[in-house]
Design a protein around this ligand. Structure first.
Ligand SMILES: [Zn+2]
Length: 242
C-alpha cells in the first residue's frame, strides 16, 4: 500500500505521479500530462522527457526525485512533507546543481538576485559595514565553529570574532549560526548600513524562502528572520558570495 494515502498499491506510477499528494505537487509545477491507470511510469516519463525541454524538463525530473525522497523519509523516518516543501526542495537542489554546472543559473528559483554571487570580495560602499561570516566543522574533535569579520568601506577591520562549540551539526547549520551571530552584532552597533555576506547558498535560500521548513534548521532560521525584521531601520542586507 502507498504509505502516503494508504489507499492504493504502491507502484512507481502511483508514488511519483498519480497519488493525491504527488498530483498536488505536479499541479504546482504545471504538469499537463497526467496518465491513466494503464500507463506505465516509464512511458509517462518518456512523454514528459519528449514534450518538455530545458529548465522545464529538469524541474519535472527533480520533482520526481523530491517525491521519491519524501516517500523514503515517510517510510524510514516517519516524517511527513508538505507540497511546498517538495517544490522548494526540487527547485533548490536543481538550482544548486545548475549552479555547479555553469554560472548561468536561474536566480528566481534559487532566491538569489543577479547582483550577488561575486567570486571576489569587494569593498562595501561608503558608510556601510560589511560582515563576512564563515563556518567550519571539525568532525574528529566533535567541534564546530563560526566566525565573522566586519570591515568598513576602506577595508579596515572594525571587529572580528570566532566561536567554537562542542557537538556535531550540519555545515549549513553552522553557517546560519554565523549569520545569526553577525545579525546580533549589528544589533549592538550604532548607525545604519550593514551587509552580511556568506558563501552558504543553502543558508541564504533558507532565510529568504518562506516555504523552507526543514525541521533541523527551523528555529535558527526563524531567529535570523526575526533579527532581520528587528533591524529594518538599520538597513541590513544579506548577500551571497561564491
Ligand atoms: Zn498514494
Amino acid at each position: 500500500m502507498c504509505p502516503s494515502c494508504n489507499n492504493e498499491p504502491e507502484t512507481a506510477l502511483h508514488t511519483l505521479v498519480t497519488c493525491q499528494f504527488s498530483r498536488a505537487c505536479w499541479d504546482k509545477v504545471g504538469m499537463s500530462f497526467m496518465p491513466d491507470s494503464n500507463t506505465s511510469f516509464l512511458s509517462w516519463l518518456d512523454t514528459v522527457l519528449n514534450v518538455y525541454t530545458g529548465k522545464d524538463v529538469r524541474m519535472k525530473v527533480m520533482v520526481c526525485w523530491a517525491l521519491w525522497k519524501a516517500r523514503n523519509e515517510l517510510v524510514w523516518d516517519q516524517k511527513g512533507r508538505e507540497v511546498t516543501e517538495i517544490i522548494t526542495s526540487a527547485a533548490t537542489v536543481l538550482n544548486q546543481w545548475s549552479n555547479a554546472q555553469d554560472k548561468n543559473f536561474d536566480c528566481f528559483l534559487g532566491f538569489i538576485t543577479q547582483e550577488e554571487g561575486d567570486e571576489q570580495w569587494t569593498l562595501p560602499t561608503q558608510d556601510t559595514i560589511k560582515l563576512n561570516t564563515d563556518a567550519a566543522i571539525f568532525e574528529e574533535l566533535n567541534r564546530y565553529s563560526f566566525s565573522l569579520v566586519a570591515r568598513n568601506h576602506r577595508g579596515k577591520i572594525v571587529d572580528a570574532l570566532a566561536k567554537c562549540h562542542q557537538g556535531t551539526i550540519r555545515p549549513e547549520m553552522a553557517e546560519i549560526m554565523g549569520i545569526r551571530e553577525a545579525l546580533s552584532w549589528v544589533k549592538t552597533q550604532p548607525g545604519k548600513g550593514f551587509v552580511v555576506e556568506t558563501d552558504s547558498l543553502v543558508a541564504v535560500q533558507a532565510i529568504r524562502s518562506s516555504a523552507i521548513k526543514l525541521s533541523y534548521l527551523g528555529r535558527i532560521i526563524e531567529d535570523c528572520k526575526t533579527l532581520l525584521g528587528e533591524l529594518k531601520d538599520k538597513e541590513v542586507s544579506l548577500r551571497f558570495i561564491r
